[in-house]
Design a protein around this ligand. Structure first.
Ligand code: BEZ
Ligand code: FE
Length: 286
């Protein structure tokens, strides 16, 4: 098609892609072009603004490597990652809501016995017990479910970011008992800023947004015959629950404190898995 005005362009591109044999790719690219053109028509970027936008995309690609994924971070701070999660697993009040894997999960966390502490050195902090039960959609306990846990320290650093913590500090892999229960000891994590030394940090500063995630504990729960659950739990007394820079705080993921029999705080984290397959993601860091 020969273009006679800007109005012809969207149709011209759609026609050019119409022969894409993969139907889903055709659908996705068609929608992408229609929305991108509508966005351009709404925003009417100047040539300079267009260049700046392209520079941002180039920048997030260039800032992405083995240990840092600026592209995922951009998707996170724009709410895109959480939106994809919620559309694939809508909050239904039954199964546990998913949350971002984040960049700090590592494979091969130390195998732990129920009740063990994941604090592997004298890291100072407030003692916390975490306990709960793994169940299926019908409420039946899932015996032997595996619970992989990782969290930041009370100064807001994961062990791989902090020379003062031993390897695998605040990480552990637990196996639920015959009634689906698990429990472990830890210390309360702190919130922390996402990396701000790349183009995403520049964007957050330009928007006068803080870069913090509220304190949370990550969980990956697996059991044969059930879909892998990747989620995070937040405590109800944390700062910035309503302004997580990655929009990861979903109402059902905010847990309340209980008090243990001997009077110290415990966070109750029950998880409900749906049928499906165990899928272990690619570890973002080695
Ligand atoms: C995290 O929770 O570990 C995380 C998620 C997204 C961006 C940065 C960190
Ligand atoms: Fe985290």
């Amino acid at each position: 098609m020969i273009i006679d005005s800007q109005g012809d362009l969207t149709l011209a591109v759609e026609q050019a892609m119409a022969g894409t044999p993969d139907g889903r790719l055709r659908e996705i690219m068609g929608a992408l072009v229609r929305h991108a053109h509508a966005f351009i028509r709404e925003v009417r970027p100047s040539e300079e603004e267009f260049e700046r936008g392209l520079d941002f995309l180039v920048g997030i690609g260039q800032a992405t490597g083995e240990t840092n994924n600026e592209v995922v971070l951009a998707a996170d701070v724009l709410g895109v990652s959480t939106l994809v999660g919620l559309l694939n697993k809508p909050l239904d009040g039954v199964r546990t809501a998913p949350a971002l894997l984040g960049p700090f999960w590592r494979k091969n966390a130390p195998e732990c016995a129920l009740g063990d502490s994941i604090v592997r050195c004298g890291t100072p902090g407030s003692r916390l017990e975490v306990r709960g039960q793994i169940r299926d959609l019908s409420g039946n306990p899932i015996a032997g479910a595996r619970i992989d846990v990782w969290q930041a320290s009370p100064v807001g650093l994961y062990e791989n970011q902090d020379a003062d913590q031993p390897a695998m500090n605040l990480r552990g892999l637990f196996t639920a008992d015959a009634s689906g229960h698990y429990h472990f000891e830890t210390i309360r994590p702190a919130g922390y800023p996402v990396p701000t030394d790349g183009p995403v940090g520049d964007l957050l500063r330009a928007q006068l947004r803080h870069p913090y995630r509220p304190a949370h504990i990550h969980f990956m729960v697996t059991a044969p015959g059930h879909a892998t659950l990747i989620t995070q739990i937040f405590a109800d007394d944390q700062e910035r629950l309503d302004s997580d820079v990655t929009f990861g705080v979903l109402k059902p993921l905010v847990a309340t404190f209980e008090t243990t029999e001997d009077g110290h705080p415990a966070l109750r984290c029950d998880f409900v898995l749906e049928p499906g397959e165990t899928r272990i993601p690619k570890a973002p860091i080695p």
